[in-house]
Design a protein around this ligand. Structure first.
Ligand SMILES: Nc1ncnc2c1ncn2[C@@H]1O[C@H](COP(=O)(O)OP(=O)(O)OP(=O)(O)O)[C@@H](O)[C@H]1O
Length: 329
């Protein structure tokens, strides 16, 4: 289990992580999402003691990383910047890591097999492709058979077979009761890998919820095409129902099933020409959650520019970014 309490990190003027509190539970894959520069890597680095918090604290399996006597047996981490001697072979790199914890050659060979590194284990790491480097990083993380695993962008550079392998691997580790904390920018992959999501923007938590809650917000969504959008929007809108005008004659209704919308329209003799239940994707939900939280923003085609506040946003943690201008270091 990973527990962060008011965890913060500043680099000079820059606040990378702004007092986050969260728990990563065992037996689940917890996805860690957020735009570039949101603070994911810094948070993960603090968990394994590579960065020191400016304030707050974080523990792994009940203790700060540094106070574990045999950290490789407690937490395995794949982080973006790996220090691997390029002239070492993959096998020797693993052996050097294993030696610090008295880990057997048998275990080294096991993780080489798990990571699919058999054919290249005697090659120098300097000649590795990015994907092979990722596989080696994952092998290192698994070496001590730890209870907690942290993977920062593990599918970066992996081919489709490798992406699938990571998916099955992390699902398997969680099924064994381990704590798995994994960051990725690949929403489609996260959607099929994670059970729970923590979304971070500008160093603050935007959502911390089961993935189905983040995607669906527990609310049904229906697309409605009608000849009288104004009248229907007025009739449908309430405290529990959100109605958005997405285009002329088109309504996006959150919180009502198609039948209830049809009944309301019928009662008011409003012609409805289309009623389509919508399946929101993780990408849609993520874009909505992080709108306004993106530090390095490109134009988003087909999306209206107005500020949005998602009902799923973790209200207590939601930043008040009004008047805040994006900073570019
Ligand atoms: N060593 C450092 N010195 C100064 N600023 C830093 C340092 N490390 C990170 N930052 C800044 O802190 C912020 C958070 O960075 P971090 O790498 O944690 O984000 P991230 O969510 O992992 O981003 P990405 O998705 O691009 O990897 C960024 O603005 C980054 O420029």
């Amino acid at each position: 289990m990973i527990e962060a309490a008011d965890l913060a990190k500043r680099f000079g003027e820059k606040t990378a992580v702004d007092g986050v509190t969260f728990t990563v539970q065992p037996g689940k894959v917890t996805g860690f999402l957020g735009p570039n520069g949101a603070g994911k890597s810094t948070t993960m680095r603090m968990i394994v003691g590579l960065d020191h918090p400016t304030a707050g604290a974080v523990t792994v399996n009940g203790r700060p990383y540094a106070s574990h006597k045999a950290p490789l047996h407690e937490v395995g981490a794949l982080l973006e910047a790996r220090a691997v001697h390029p002239k070492r072979t993959a096998y020797n790199h693993l052996r050097a890591m294993a030696a610090t914890h008295g880990i057997s050659n048998r275990r080294i060979n096991e993780v080489i097999d798990i990571a699919g590194l058999g054919p290249v284990a005697r090659r120098r790491v300097g000649s590795f492709s990015m994907g092979m480097g990722q596989r080696l990083g994952i092998a290192v993380a698994l070496l001590g058979d730890p209870q907690t695993l942290i993977f920062d962008e593990p599918v970066n550079g992996l081919d489709p077979e490798g992406v699938l392998w990571v998916r099955h691997l992390v699902r398997g580790l969680a099924a064994e009761g381990r704590t798995v904390f994994i960051s990725s920018h690949l929403m489609s992959e996260m959607a099929v890998t994670a059970d729970h999501l923590i979304v971070i923007g500008r160093g603050r938590i935007l959502a911390d919820a089961p993935i189905q809650e983040v995607i669906g917000g527990g609310r049904i969504r229906t697309l409605v095409r009608t000849d009288d959008a104004d009248a229907l929007a007025a009739a449908l809108g309430s405290a529990d129902v959100e109605v958005r005008r997405t285009a002329p004659g088109l309504l996006d209704v959150l919180g009502l099933p198609p039948r209830a919308i049809a009944e309301t329209a019928l009662a008011r003799r409003i012609l409805v020409t289309e009623l389509t239940p919508q399946q929101e994707s993780l990408e849609d939900a993520y874009m909505e959650l992080t709108r306004g939280e993106v530090e390095y923003e490109s134009q988003r085609p087909g999306r209206d520019a107005g500020p949005a506040r998602s009902p799923r946003r973790a209200a207590a943690n939601a930043p008040d970014d009004s008047g805040e201008t994006p900073s570019h270091p």
